[in-house]
Design a protein around this ligand. Structure first.
Ligand SMILES: Nc1ncnc2c1ncn2[C@@H]1O[C@H](COP(=O)(O)OP(=O)(O)OP(=O)(O)O)[C@@H](O)[C@H]1O
Length: 321
């Protein structure tokens, strides 16, 4: 295999990998045989309805809770065995971050930074100010934490995760408690961190939120992993038909047939073809361009991403167990 041709399942390309991850509470399997594969460099959305097992899985990834069975590797090393080595490279925001209520946001961060033996006291002040600024909390930094709104606490939790440069960020519902403007800012922040090379594993129960910031997604339902892969593939799987408007019908027909599709002329200048599992719309457009077909329009019809998500999770208004 050439270096230009890495196998996507190569373990060294994975920031998080689990095999058969299971957590049982009493008679309930909160997490049931989950095999996660989170590629390095991805913004990976961990999506699922309330109670589907996201927080439980995240707590295990961070060594905060023990799995009943299964294996976990974070940044290539086994957790919890090597947690002490791995966790300094991992920034985390988990449900309800605990802060000292009578300290200011800034002083809380300074304490948390001081508790990390890998950080330098000399640069602490600058690091704390930078983290506060990145999450838009610089003006509220002197306020006592008990006076913070849920959204402000969430931002402070995120600032804590950003105190040091991290290879991996694990964020449990970072949009919780934020107003629309705040959650937009957090999505922008996550995208910019990812552009700078950090892998971000982020849970959410909101499809539209995942859609706006993630490159990859894993879908959980009642403790089970029901789908994972690039978000574009999830979207493409729901696409069932492509409609191409072109004056070059014959050439377009040849190009689509070469892809293995069976295009039909629906009306003059309009070709329609069913998309198979192996052919996605991007390939159709690329083939038409390669064949110098003049394209006036391409439409895809079929399930929306939301239809796919509901089909996978069977989500109604019920909350799992
Ligand atoms: N400590 C616990 N003891 C008993 N049951 C638990 C415990 N923690 C979680 N559960 C149960 O495990 C299941 C999965 O919960 P979990 O919090 O992981 O889901 P989630 O997907 O993170 O949901 P949410 O989006 O509501 O946070 C739920 O049915 C929950 O009631």
């Amino acid at each position: 295999m050439s270096p230009d041709d890495p196998t996507p399942t190569d373990p060294s390309d994975l920031a998080i990998e689990t095999r058969g991850l299971t957590k049982v509470f009493g008679a309930q399997k909160a997490v049931d045989g989950v095999d996660l594969a989170v590629p390095r460099g991805s913004v990976f959305g961990f999506l699922g309805p309330n109670g589907s097992g996201k927080t439980t899985s995240i707590r295990i990834l961070l060594g905060l809770s023990a799995a009943t069975s299964g294996e976990v590797r974070v940044l290539g090393r086994p957790v919890p065995e090597k947690a002490a080595e791995v966790l300094p490279a991992v920034g985390a925001l988990v449900e309800g971050p605990a802060f000292y209520p009578f300290l200011s946001g800034r002083d809380n961060l300074r304490r948390l930074d001081a508790a990390d033996p890998t950080t330098s006291p000399r640069t602490r002040r600058a690091r704390v100010e930078e983290a506060l600024e990145r999450v838009g909390l610089e003006h509220a930094a002197s306020k006592k934490a008990h006076a913070y709104s849920l959204g402000m606490k969430q931002r402070l939790g995120l600032a804590n995760a950003l105190l040091s440069p991290r290879e991996l960020l694990v964020l449990d519902e970072p949009g919780n408690g934020l107003d629309p403007q705040g959650s937009r800012e957090v999505r922008g922040l996550i995208r910019s961190l990812a552009e700078a090379g950090t892998t971000v594993f982020v849970s959410s129960h909101l499809l539209w939120e995942v859609e706006q910031m993630c490159s990859h997604v894993a879908v959980m339902s009642a403790g089970r992993l029901v789908w994972q892969g690039p978000l574009d593939r999830l979207r493409a799987e729901g696409a069932v038909q492509v409609r191409v408007r072109t004056p070059d019908v014959a050439e377009a027909q040849t190009a689509l047939t070469a892809l293995g599709l069976r295009p039909e002329t629906a009306s003059p200048g309009l070709l329609v073809a069913a998309l198979g599992e192996d052919v996605v719309v991007e390939q159709v457009v690329a083939a038409l361009v390669r064949a110098d077909v003049r394209v006036r329009g391409v439409e895809v019809s079929g399930e929306t991403l939301e239809d796919r998500y509901v089909a996978l999770t069977g989500e109604g208004f019920d909350v799992a167990g």
